[in-house]
Write a protein that binds this ligand. Structure first.
Ligand code: 1GP
Length: 249
């Protein structure tokens, strides 16, 4: 069932074409910096905040979440690296299954551990298939999950995973090159999944320039995610160029 958060995101998508999500990692920035970044990207035109990381401890994660929650009116969506990061303070959660891999821990076990927390906290789950796409060299998420990515040149293989996700009721698919990826998800692959997948498509990993973002926004995915790049630089002009690149299409 589609809840109020997902409805809000889909409505926003109608007006901007593609949503710009900024990923904040409580492991990478202290709470004050997270709060400041949230304010800056909101002012620049971001549409939502994702909060997640692969290694933050529960205490660090909760402190970061509190700071973000207090500083931004944007929708806040958990994007947890493990069930320990299912904490209060978000509007919902990308409830992911790492469908590109065959590691039962990330296909089902983390989900079984996390679901009671989602239920208790009243978080709105957005059912999402998480697909790792090969991106030049091993990424943290591949290493942590102990899984191999899908080949970037095999669009049909990727599409079969997307269709499987849709058959299982997942309405969203996240094509992930990995944080800081050398090679982002290729545009032709993204186009094929957007056109033939029948789901809302999220793309992220290694998108470091407005040009790389604009190329992918032109294909009209539902959401483009940026993370790392804004940890190093987030002056107003730089952020405005990112917002424009996502929304111009
Ligand atoms: C990682 O796709 C996100 O899950 C963002 O990646 O940090 O490379 O922008 P970057």
């Amino acid at each position: 069932m589609i809840g109020p958060l997902e409805t809000r995101l889909l409505e926003r998508r109608q007006s901007v074409g593609t949503l710009w999500a900024v990923l904040l990692d409580p492991d990478s920035l202290p709470p004050q910096e997270l709060a400041h970044t949230a304010c800056q990207v909101e002012a620049a035109g971001a549409d939502l905040l994702l909060v997640g990381g692969s290694s933050a401890s529960p205490g660090v994660f909760e402190a970061g979440m509190k700071a973000i929650h207090a500083s931004s009116a944007l929708p806040i969506v958990l994007f947890p690296g493990s069930y320990h990061q299912v904490v209060d303070g978000a509007d919902g959660i990308l409830f992911t299954s790492l469908l590109s891999g065959r590691n039962p821990q990330y296909l089902a076990e983390e989900q079984v551990q996390g679901a009671p927390r989602v239920h208790r906290l009243g978080l709105e789950p957005i059912p999402t298939a998480y697909l790792l796409i090969e991106s030049g060299k091993p990424t943290t998420v591949q290493i942590v999950s102990g899984t191999l990515p899908l080949p970037r040149e095999e669009a049909d293989v990727v599409l079969h995973h997307v269709w499987a996700a849709a058959c299982m009721g997942m309405r969203w698919v996240y094509l992930e090159a990995g944080s800081g990826a050398a090679d982002p998800v290729p545009v032709p692959l993204l186009r094929k999944v957007v056109e033939e997948g029948g789901v809302q498509v999220i793309v992220g990993g290694g998108l470091k320039t407005p040009e790389a973002i604009a190329e992918r926004a032109a294909v009209r995915p539902a959401m483009i995610v940026t993370g790392n790049v804004l940890e190093a630089r987030r002056d107003a002009g730089f952020l405005a160029a990112f917002a424009q690149a996502v929304h111009q299409a």
